[in-house]
Design a protein around this ligand. Structure first.
Ligand code: NAP
Ligand code: NAG
Length: 276
C-alpha cells in the first residue's frame, strides 16, 4: 500500500495514466469474476426480530487478532451491535482498552506456541472470529505458516472441543491449497483443515486488498484508495465492510454448513449492513 502511495506521489501525471489503465483492467477482471451468490434460508426473515432472538440467548464469542486492522474494527462492530453477552479477546498480549464500552470484555493472553496449555480460554464460546495473520516479510516463510496455518487451526480445534459451533475465518482472495504461491496455498490449506473440524457453521471470508479508512487526512492514501477502489468490488474492500459482513453474517442461516464469501459477497453483505 505504502509503495503505491509513494509511487503516486512521485509519478504525478504518469499515475493518472496508470489509474486509467487500472480502470480498464478492473473492468475486464470484474467482468470475468462473477461467482454465484450465496443462498440464505433466513434472507426473508425480519432481521430485527432475528437480532433480538439472538441477543436473548446470551451467547459468547471470542476474537483472535483483535489488535489487528480488521480485528479492531470487528470488535467495535460487535460491541456496537450487542449480539453477545460476553466477548473474549484471545491474543499474545493484553490490549489497553479504556472506557465503559469495554467493561464486560474478557482478555485472555496466551502463548500460541503452547496453545494446549490455554484450552480454558477457548472453552464455552458459541462463535469464534479469526482475523489472525502475519506476512512472510514479517515472519519468514516458516513463521508465516506457523501463524496463518498452525495457530489458526489449533485455535479452531480447541474452540470446537470447547463447544464452539460457529467459526468465522478471515482468509484471502485467491486462497487455494493447490496454489504455487505460499501465501495462497497456506490460506487455502488452513481453510480446508478448519472445515474438516466440522463446525455446525463455518464461514470463510476472502477479501481482496483491505482498505483501511483512517480518520486523519492523508492525501496520498486517499488517492491510493480511489486507485484501488477503481479495481471495483471484486478486488478490494474497506475493512469496515469486512467487519460488518462478519457480524451480520453471524445471524444468517445459509443453506450449507460451509460458505465462502468472496470479495463481492463481503461488499454486498457489508453494504446492506451499513444501510441499517
Ligand atoms: N492486508 C490485506 O490487504 C489482506 C488482504 C486479504 C486478506 N488478508 C488477511 O486478513 C487477515 C487480517 O489482516 P489484517 O491486515 O487485519 O491483520 P493485521 O493488522 O496484520 O493483524 C494481525 C493480527 O494477528 C496477530 N498476530 C500476528 N502475528 C502473530 C504472532 N506471531 N502471534 C500471535 N498473534 C499474531 C496480531 O497481533 P499483534 O497485534 O500482537 O501483533 C494481530 O492481532 C490476515 O489473515 C491477512 O492475511 C489481508
Ligand atoms: C440471559 O440473561 C438474562 C439476564 O441475565 C436472563 O434473564 C435470561 O434468562 C438469560 N437467558 C438465557 C437463555 O440464558
Amino acid at each position: 500500500m505504502t509503495i503505491i502511495t509513494q509511487l503516486i506521489a512521485t509519478l504525478g501525471k504518469t499515475a493518472l495514466f496508470l489509474a486509467l489503465l487500472v480502470l480498464v483492467l478492473a473492468a475486464v477482471l470484474n467482468y470475468f469474476d462473477d461467482a454465484d451468490p450465496i443462498k440464505y434460508a433466513s434472507m426473508n426473515q425480519d432481521t430485527a426480530a432475528l437480532e433480538e432472538t439472538f441477543r436473548q440467548q446470551n451467547k459468547s464469542c471470542f476474537i483472535l487478532g483483535a489488535s489487528g486492522e480488521t480485528g479492531k474494527v470487528l470488535l467495535q462492530e460487535l460491541l456496537q451491535r450487542g449480539f453477545f453477552s460476553r466477548i473474549t479477546l484471545i491474543g499474545r498480549r493484553p490490549l489497553t482498552l479504556e472506557g465503559k464500552a469495554y467493561e464486560n470484555l474478557v482478555q485472555e493472553v496466551v502463548d500460541f506456541e503452547k496453545l494446549e496449555d490455554y484450552a480454558a480460554a477457548f472453552q464455552g464460546h458459541d462463535v469464534g472470529y479469526c482475523c489472525l495473520g502475519t506476512t512472510r516479510a514479517k515472519a519468514g516463510a516458516e513463521g508465516f505458516i506457523r501463524v496463518d496455518h498452525d495457530y489458526v487451526l489449533k485455535s479452531a480445534e480447541l474452540a470446537k472441543a470447547g463447544g464452539c459451533t460457529q467459526f468465522h475465518l478471515e482468509s484471502s482472495r485467491g486462497a487455494d491449497k493447490t496454489s504455487n504461491f505460499l501465501y495462497l496455498k497456506v490460506k487455502g490449506q488452513v481453510e480446508a483443515d478448519v472445515e474438516a473440524l466440522g463446525f455446525d457453521r463455518y464461514a470463510i471470508y476472502r477479501p481482496g486488498v483491505l482498505l483501511v479508512d483512517r480518520q486523519e487526512s492523508r492525501p496520498g492514501e486517499w488517492l491510493a484508495r480511489k486507485f484501488f477502489g477503481a479495481f471495483s468490488s471484486s478486488m478490494s474492500v474497506p475493512i469496515q465492510m469486512v467487519a460488518k459482513a462478519m457480524v451480520s453474517n453471524t445471524l444468517l442461516q445459509p443453506e450449507q454448513k460451509t460458505e465462502i464469501l468472496e470479495n463481492k459477497d463481503i461488499v454486498s453483505l457489508g453494504k446492506s449492513a451499513a444501510e441499517k
